[in-house]
Design a protein around this ligand. Sequence first.
Ligand SMILES: NC(=O)c1ccc[n+]([C@@H]2O[C@H](COP(=O)([O-])OP(=O)(O)OC[C@H]3O[C@@H](n4cnc5c(N)ncnc54)[C@H](O)[C@@H]3O)[C@@H](O)[C@H]2O)c1
Length: 301
Amino acid sequence: MELFKGKTVIVSGGAEGIGFAVAQAVGREGMNVVIADISPDTLATAEATLNEQGIPVLALTADARSEADWDRVADAALERFGAIHALMNNAGVGGGGSSGPIEDHSAEDWRWTIDVNLMGVVFGMKSVVPHIKAAGGGWIVNVASMAGMNGFPYGGAYNATKLAVAGLSEGWSMELAPFDIHVAALCPGFVRTRIYLSDRVRPSDYDDSHRELIVSDDDLDPETMATGLSNEVKNGIDPDLLAARVIESLQTKDTYIFTHPSFRDGVRERYAMIDQCFESAATSPLVGGVISSGSIPDLFK
Ligand SMILES: NC(=O)c1ccc[n+]([C@@H]2O[C@H](COP(=O)([O-])OP(=O)(O)OC[C@H]3O[C@@H](n4cnc5c(N)ncnc54)[C@H](O)[C@@H]3O)[C@@H](O)[C@H]2O)c1
């Protein structure tokens, strides 16, 4: 099946960073590109840049947290391009308040991070999957993270949402394979974007009186974890390299798209740890003999 030429993709959070880089890359491969973003200013710049390159583009201001916005974006995409074949659920927030020590991590920051990083993906799937089915198949990339491969200390809401997106994508990949829809979870390590300044797009409906927002580099306190993470991001890979890697991996139909193979050992250690925990259960006098009727995916076939 043709993946790119003449097909249409919706990219949430497509105004800058990873979303824009992938929109541009698949546009250069011949796709019609719908970029949706909460930030009208960067969206206008992105639209102009894609237009200059002759890429057919529809740019829409939309909030990934809103199911109604997703439906509006899908309808507008259909009206402009006639069909939808692909989706990149990319809008996401990190840095600042999206992680931290359990006791300091506020309910408002949990809610914001879950609303964008998790519910944004869920609503994107709900709105767009029926159209990809109607088009006869295509592909979906849900943006998780290496934070979706392991639990880690102070991971908080960011870690929770990315683990959720990775796990959901694995399930959706099985669920949608019969419809010729390939679903991948993109799990990058650090990529050079403004994610560490996500507070710049934090909607005012979340109380922020409990902490200083980080909307520019001047707001970074050198002592904090947020600053350490921002330095890693600033030294991360170029978003255009990541975009080329996404195109490469879609062609090989990888369920997980990795960009930083150096993280492989950490994931291997996790699997070894999990396997060891199963060994503990298998040799337990209490549950060692328990046999289930099938694997969890088998139960839902
Ligand atoms: N940069 C990294 O190191 C890295 C690593 C792993 C995963 N990721 C993931 O990649 C995705 C993209 O992040 P990025 O690094 O390009 O960050 P970014 O901040 O450069 O871009 C995020 C885009 O999402 C938009 N956005 C934010 N909230 C939104 C909302 N409610 N509705 C619609 N759009 C919204 C922003 O305006 C921005 O254009 C995120 O899901 C992030 O978690 C990033």
